[in-house]
Design a protein around this ligand. Sequence first.
Ligand SMILES: Cc1cc2nc3c(=O)[nH]c(=O)nc-3n(C[C@H](O)[C@H](O)[C@H](O)COP(=O)(O)O)c2cc1C
Length: 186
Amino acid sequence: MERAIKQRRTIRVYDPQVLHLDQLSQLLWSAQGITGRNGFKRAAPSAGALYPMDVYTVVGQDSVEQIEAGVYHYESKGHMLSQVTKQDLRDRFARAALLQMWMAKAPVNLVITAEYSRVTGKYGKRGVRYALIEAGHIGQNLFLQAEALGLKAGIVGAFHDKELVEIMKLPRSHEPLLVMPIGYAV
Ligand SMILES: Cc1cc2nc3c(=O)[nH]c(=O)nc-3n(C[C@H](O)[C@H](O)[C@H](O)COP(=O)(O)O)c2cc1C
C-alpha cells in the first residue's frame, strides 16, 4: 500500500500495450464495485450510502482483450459492463478535453460522473459537495489500484462538459467530473 501511494504519479505518456480484461475488471471494481456482504455497499464511501456516482469507460480499438472499442457503463450490481456506443472515440474525447491528445494514447479512459439528485433529495445543496468528495475517493482508489496492477493512471478535470456528454452519449443527468486515462507507462 505504501509503495502504491509513494509511486502514484499523474502519467501523460502511455504504451499502446493491450490490457487484459481482468485488469479493467479490477479497476472498475476498485472504483464502484460491490464490497459489502449485503450486496449494496461499494468500494468507495458514499454519504448516506446513496451512491450518486457512475463509472464509464472509453475503450480504444485493440485496447482491451475481448472488448470492442466503444463506451461502456459499469454496472456495480452484477459487476458487468453495458455498451453505450461503438467506435474508438478517444481522439474526439481528447479534443473535448482541451486538446490533451495524450489521453487518446491510453487504452482506456475511465469517466466518473455524478447524478446529484440521488443525494440532494436527502442533503439539499450540501449533497453536491458530498458527491464531489466521493469522486475524489473513487479517483484515488483508481490511482492506487492501477499502481497495484503495474499500470499507471492520469487524472483530467479540464474538459468541455457538454462535448463529453455528447460524445459519450451520457444521460443528461450524469455530469462528468473526472476522467482517468489508464494503461502501461512507456
Ligand atoms: C481535480 C484535478 C484535475 C486535474 N486536471 C488535469 C488536467 O486536466 N490535465 C492534466 O494534465 N493534469 C490534471 N491534473 C493532474 C495534476 O496536474 C497533478 O495531480 C499534479 O500536477 C500533481 O502531480 P501528481 O498527480 O503526479 O502527484 C488534475 C488533478 C486533479 C486533482
